[in-house]
Design a protein. Sequence first.
Length: 639
Amino acid sequence: MKIAVLMGGLRFDSQRRIISGILEKAAMDGTDCFIFTCDAWTFSSSYYSQGETAIFSLPDFRQYDGVIIHGDTVYDKSVMDRVITSVKNAGVPCVSLNVKYPGMLYVGMENELGIYEIVKHMIEVHKVKEFAFISGPEENRDAEGRMNAFKHALRDHNIKVDNKYIYHGDYHPESGKDAVKYFYNMKGKFPKAIVAANDEMAVGAYYELQNLGYEVPGQVLLSGYDYAYVGRNHSPKITSVKRPEAELGRQAYQKLRNFIDGKEDDIEELTCTPVFSESCGCVDQNTEDEVEFRKRAIKTTLHSITYAEILKSSSADFTGVATFESLIVQIKKYLEMMNPKEFYLCMCSKKGMFGGDASEIDQEENLEDIVKYSSEMYIPVAYKNGEFSMHGNYPVEEVLPAKYFDGRKGQFYTIIPLHYQNRCFGYCVLGNSKLMIDSEMFHLFIMNINNALENIRKQNMLNAMVQKLNKMWVYDTLTGVYNRAGFFKYAYSIINEARDKGHNLFVLFLDLDGLKRINDVYGHDEGDHFIKTMGKIMTQVRSHGQLVMRYGGDEFVVLGQDFTEESAQDYIAKIREGIDNYNAVSSKPYRLDASMGYTLMKPTGEFDLEELIESADREMYKAKNEKKRRNGQNITDNR
């Protein structure tokens, strides 16, 4: 069986435990899990959030036997609306965690009793009457449930709810600090108890309280939610609500499996329990094993030191690279240091973005193209079992090419977005590795890659613009041959070579016949086509080391060296042949024709190229007048 799991913020303790529960059951069952995750925060810019949450548009749900989504971990409701629609359109069974969606299976955790009991405890046991609440994001179901439980408990104890003392954070420690600053700067009494919607915000609040001179629990009682590692091992230990997250993950997987197998399953909601601890003035009866705590603390410290060095060094190395190929070399170096079991850098196939011909870059991209994955991806670096490889284009629906799956069951893959702001670069895949789950620093490593990719893209864009400006400066925009500036920029290298080798210089002057009549009768667009066609013929005839210039409106000049009278006549014959070939297949109501003259001379000493061009021009007019005499036609001077 193969399932997709969609969940934001894997680095949070709560999400880690849920994922662990899902993976535990999936491994026992031999089910492959594809975990699509991002780390968009409420204080992230909207562009950054678009880039992160784009990962949820990646899976083609028809490719999976079932789906598990944790919609409350994605703060953008519109993103989840699109996900829900996609899942329903795919017609696959889906289990939603903590949020009920019509037509989907559901399993969740009771979300209000714990907060209610903590507030009740603070009122009845610790005699608190002045409260403040640090909520999660607005319109987040868990956050709203916990906030409503807080208000409910106050009302049941005849304490007025003052919405000024409710601050909406984002579950991160910094918003806990910001909430305390907000309460401190308000007019009125400072709260005697602060109830936070999770432990991370409670810990952030603690350090800001300490900074402002408040003792916990001496002057302010404090509580959190989730019973996270950061809270239960803090000093003081944070009063919290213990939630059965790992069991939620196990039950979600089992509910999905039972549905697929046609079995009944009536489990929908798991119970949470308050844990009264030191931050509200109680004694915690749930003590951690001291030896295990020390081991974990040392392991975490060593991990942090190692990854801090990797992040610092990779940031410096990635910033210094100028090309995509150089970046790949650096990424490989750091992958060998981290040694994940499997890692795949999956890039969008967008021409010219990171390499190749910079002129292929689309200078006017549509927003839709910027934020979405390309239909085909490629893998410039794959790392598996200590060895590197690469893979060419493959359909984006596959997420990862089949050759990287070895047939073993019960594997898991974490898919993380690659982007800068809302510009989608691709994604990376971690195979059978908990780096993204166990370490928030790995996400920072990915951000270093993102920043490097953007630097390279901008450099490539700059190169493309320089190329475009160079072409505008030296090339004629209508015909693609050199203009006067380009011709005279490169002409003297040919002249000097001819002088050094004692070769003849060859200058051909060509003037189109009948352009004025075409403009007058058929319009200037046809006149431009007339000139452009001649330019194409001149380009086709040109050999290496020869310059072709559009000298005037309908005049062309060719410069070459090492010509004889015979080779000069051959050159003119080739142009005539090109003109005849065009006329033979053209459906235009007019014929292409031109008059030509040339000059041969050996350059010595001081040299005037303009004088040589004028000499060829005079020869061209001799040929034009001879053509008039021979044909008895009135060929108009178009200049």
